[in-house]
Ligand binder design. Structure first.
Ligand code: FAD
Length: 394
């Protein structure tokens, strides 16, 4: 769930939350244009940012390779297609901006986009658990929601249809990058098994937690202010779960007393909202400290903890009696993510520093490497990719 939407929802539910620094007149980061489109580009990471960057380079006829650590593309927008008859988003799920982001990503007016999206209704049921009792209201009564759901698709499904066909032959999988040497004219990128790749410019599109944990060694070291920003941003962990039940005993959203704090967020929600399905699937979204209670458990203990929490809230053992199946996703345990995303209240100037290019050779794209106006979403990842490519070819 997007920062603004989440804060609005929680705030209107009476849950206190801090406001992120107000940002005014955030122009994009410094542009170190050398006025020469590069002859070759390596993109590290095939998440939304890496895929969007490759797609934009392909549109401009620039040679590129995407090097991905995992055996597949997608990163934190991966989905599960086995749990129900619609894709379940294990990471990025909602569209947090207008649906015009989809043609913005495709960047080609001749392409007709058929992906369906749906917003929420003001009459949708919202429940709030205060630790003792559950109360009900409507989404309209708490200010509504601007978020959109994909209908029968997902962020990953959208990328598979409109972006992947142009880039899939340029992706090299199962190749974790551990070194980037930008000390000479060309940039040399080294993988964990010693394989090297050379290009004129490199776009680093791996999660910031990967840089924070020094998975990639830079030669020379990154500029001090950049390394400081990498070290100092707080990246929240993340956990999602999806529970299938025999009946739908919940509304569109269920707020909890700690749905929004300085340390994290969590909320239950109707994951099958807007889908053409008979499955009743309740989603649990949690990041930061609120995710830890679930991440600290596994297997049946984790399942029973969540069912017990729901039984306590809804009463009559309704969750455990109606339980059919569940799936979980712990983002801290993913070796090439190691966390969810940067906390909502982070200092925007640190974010802006993260987004800056280095020596006209290293460019950064991803939900963390923005101009500081917005971060931690798919749309910010793709917009940062656009910014990086524009800067590189200008
Ligand atoms: C629980 C959760 C809920 C979310 N909900 C939403 C939401 O509702 N809406 C929304 O817009 N956003 C949401 N997000 C955020 C969204 O998923 C991310 O902003 C988006 O995926 C970032 O894209 P990216 O390309 O920057 O990074 P990623 O998606 O993480 O992609 C990075 C890629 O780099 C690869 N990689 C990592 N290390 C290496 C290496 N050393 N060498 C080579 N490749 C490497 C990874 O395998 C991965 O494929 C959510 C995220 C989480 C975790």
């Amino acid at each position: 769930m997007k920062r603004n939407e989440f804060l609005k929802l929680c705030g209107l539910l009476g849950i206190s939350f801090p406001l992120q620094s107000v940002i005014s007149s955030c122009s994009s980061s410094n542009t170190n244009s050398n006025n020469n489109p590069p002859e070759s580009v390596i993109i590290i990471g095939a998440g939304p940012a890496g895929m969007a960057a490759g797609y934009l380079l392909a549109q401009q006829g620039i040679n590129f390779q995407i090097i991905e650590a995992n055996s597949s593309y997608g990163g934190r927008i991966k989905h599960n297609t086995a749990f129900s008859n619609f894709p379940i988003s294990m990471g990025g799920e909602w569209i947090h901006v207008a649906s015009s982001i989809l043609p913005e990503i495709v960047n080609d007016a001749s392409v007709t986009i058929t992906t369906e999206t749906q917003g929420y209704n003001n009459s949708d049921l919202v429940q709030e658990w205060d630790g003792n009792t559950i109360t009900e209201t409507t989404l309209g009564n708490i200010g509504g929601s601007q978020d959109l759901k994909f209908v029968g698709s997902s962020w990953l499904g959208f990328f598979e249809t409109y972006v992947l066909p142009s880039i899939q032959n340029n992706i090299i999988y199962n190749t974790p990058i551990t070194g980037i040497d930008y000390s000479s004219n060309d940039v040399i990128v080294t993988s964990s098994n010693g394989q090297t790749f050379t290009a004129e410019k490199v776009i680093v599109a791996v999660p910031v937690k990967i840089l924070q944990n020094a998975v990639i060694n830079f030669t020379p070291e990154l500029p001090n202010n950049k390394q400081q920003a990498i070290n100092n941003v707080e990246v929240w962990g993340g956990f999602k779960a999806f529970f299938k039940f025999t009946s739908k005993f919940y509304g569109a959203y269920l707020g909890l007393p700690d749905s929004e704090t300085d340390q994290g967020q969590r909320i239950y929600y109707d994951a099958a909202y807007a889908q053409n399905t008979s499955d009743n699937i309740l989603g649990l979204f949690s990041v930061g400290q609120q995710a830890e209670q679930y991440q600290n458990l596994s297997g049946n203990a984790q399942r029973d903890y969540i069912l017990n929490e729901l039984d306590t809230i809804f009463g009559n053992n309704i969750a455990s009696n109606g339980y059919l199946d569940h799936i979980v996703q712990n983002w801290n345990a993913e070796p090439y993510a190691q966390a969810a995303y940067i906390r909502d209240q982070e200092n925007w100037q640190l974010l802006r520093t993260l987004g800056q290019s280095v020596n006209n050779k290293l460019y950064f794209a991803g939900d963390a490497y923005t101009n500081g106006e917005d971060w931690s979403s798919v749309h910010t990842a793709v917009r940062s990719a656009k910014r990086a490519v524009e800067e590189m070819v200008s």
